[in-house]
Design a protein around this ligand. Structure first.
Ligand code: ZN
Length: 489
């Protein structure tokens, strides 16, 4: 940094008035140095300095909140997201549309005045859904809503026509293993929580193949449905036959279970009149899926920065993912998270601030190994009204973060232990402190991975608050004198 004395040697004024002014300046500088020494000898100086730093970081935090909530940036992240998702819609990995959406983002981030805007090359899987249909032909004709699951194989062109076996759990499938051969297995598992129930979506195909089933249909992993299937990823196991797998609605899964449980009397039976010849209505369906896996393709993470003025190589990362499932608009998952992350830097930029450390926004399509992160932040569980900043780190770091987020009390954002985020997990596992955003996400899984994930789920006021909270944490941590403490692993 250039010092004041250096400046004087470069700029000795030639006029008398200039010399007088320079003299006065030097005298004033001398007084300042004297006063500063005197101040430093004050035993309470450190305490007072800490308090004044506290006030200045609180002041900056309040400026950020004001700008996002009531100022010129009000509703900005919502409006930016609406334009983006209305223009591009869903952004599935491996599609040209995702690449076009990334080009658009790079342009917008540059226009916003952010630095080092670039696409960071990554490889992503490519899976194409194609056409798909599911039609019940017995006991009645009934076309059903379905979505094939990511990475599933397709069916032959003519489809798979088979009888259905409905089970409520993996346990029940084991008990009924002998009945499963040659059938399409329907899982009608109850929704307990996403993390627990998602096992049916992930492993349903493998468990079906193990007992000789020919395809699996999974009740969508959601607590609520208006006949909406919810897609998602599934996994095959080596050495187990890959059977086609798709999700169906809660309504159809429950109906098929009722059909199977229903006691059926013989319609032609004469003696005795109540003689039961079988239990359960015979359910037959035809499943057609064109789903296909292709080799991985190139894509890009979208990156922009505000370079730190003191420790530019140390980075506070704010992030969300830009890609989405191929249904809906991906406005909630994870357009909201990606756009409040952009907004965090945008707010800092609009206030003309520059922290000590570099602030980096990454809109992921796949994570990449990067060193020298001070704090990694990810929002991927909705941008509803914010409740708390969730944090993973050691005890010292926790108490620093609790101080950092104090100004967020004015917008009712508190602190919670344990950050949540798939894209930042590798760093958190390596000991890098991590943060995520807890919002009023009770309805998140109503819309997750479905055609219902549109801009209608998003709320501008909530996005203002989320952006403010995100920006305050990112900026304040980036501007601390020290990096957040961490345990060596
Ligand atoms: Zn997501």
């Amino acid at each position: 940094m250039t010092t004041l004395t250096q400046n004087f040697t470069y700029f000795i004024p030639k006029s008398t008035a200039g010399k007088v002014a320079a003299c006065a300046g030097i005298c004033f500088l001398g007084y300042c140095i004297y006063f500063d020494r005197k101040r430093r000898s004050d035993p309470d100086f450190k305490k007072k300095l800490r308090a004044s730093k506290r006030i200045s970081s609180d002041y900056v935090a309040q400026q950020i909140i004001d700008l996002a909530v009531n100022g010129n940036a009000q509703n900005q992240s919502y409006n930016r997201l609406a334009e983006f998702v209305d223009t591009y819609g869903s952004r599935y990995t491996g599609t040209e549309n995702l690449e076009n959406a990334i080009d658009y983002m790079l342009k917008k981030l540059k226009e916003d005045g952010l630095e080092n805007v670039h696409g960071e090359e990554v490889m992503v899987p490519k899976w194409v859904r194609g056409n798909e249909s599911l039609v019940m032909t017995s006991p009645r004709y009934h076309p059903m809503a379905l979505l094939s699951l990511g990475s599933s194989v397709g069916t032959p062109i003519e489809g798979i026509t088979a009888d259905v076996l409905v089970v409520n759990s993996f346990q029940e499938l084991k008990q009924k293993a002998k009945q499963a051969a040659g059938k399409i297995v329907v899982f009608n598992e109850k929704y307990v929580s996403y993390s627990e129930t998602v096992a049916y979506r992930s492993n349903g195909a493998v468990e079906t193949a193990k007992v000789g089933g020919v395809a699996s249909l999974i009740r969508s992993v959601t607590p609520f449905s208006i006949n909406s299937p919810h897609t998602g990823h599934q996994s095959y196991s080596p050495n187990i036959t890959k059977v086609p797998t798709a999700c169906i609605t809660i309504e159809d899964a429950e109906m098929m279970y009722r059909m199977q449980q229903r006691v059926v009397k013989s319609p032609t039976c004469v003696i005795p009149s109540n003689y039961i010849i079988s239990t359960g209505q015979k359910i037959t369906v035809t499943l057609k899926m064109e789903a296909k896996n292709y080799p991985p393709v190139k894509s890009r993470n979208t990156v922009a920065e505000i370079k730190g003025y003191k420790y530019p190589e140390q980075v506070v990362l704010v992030s969300g993912h830009l890609d989405s499932w191929d249904v809906g608009q991906g406005a909630m998952d994870d357009g909201g998270g990606a756009f409040i992350s952009w907004q965090a830097l945008s707010l800092v930029k609009q206030l003309g601030l520059r922290p000590k450390r570099t602030l980096r926004v990454v809109m992921w399509t796949a994570e990449k190994d990067v060193k020298n992160f001070d704090l990694v932040m990810e929002s991927d569980l909705g941008t509803f009204s914010p409740v708390a900043i969730q944090f993973t780190g050691n005890d010292k770091a926790k108490s620093i973060i609790k101080e950092v987020i104090k100004p967020l009390q004015t917008i009712n954002v508190g602190y919670e232990d344990r950050a949540d985020g798939t894209d930042i997990d590798p760093w958190m596992e390596a000991g890098v402190p991590g943060a995520s955003l807890h919002t009023k996400d009770e309805k998140y899984f109503y819309f997750h991975h479905s055609n219902g994930d549109t801009m209608t789920v998003q709320d501008p006021v909530s996005m203002n608050l989320c952006s403010a909270a995100w920006a305050v944490v990112a900026y304040t941590v980036a501007d601390l004198e020290e990096m957040l403490p961490r345990d060596q692993r």
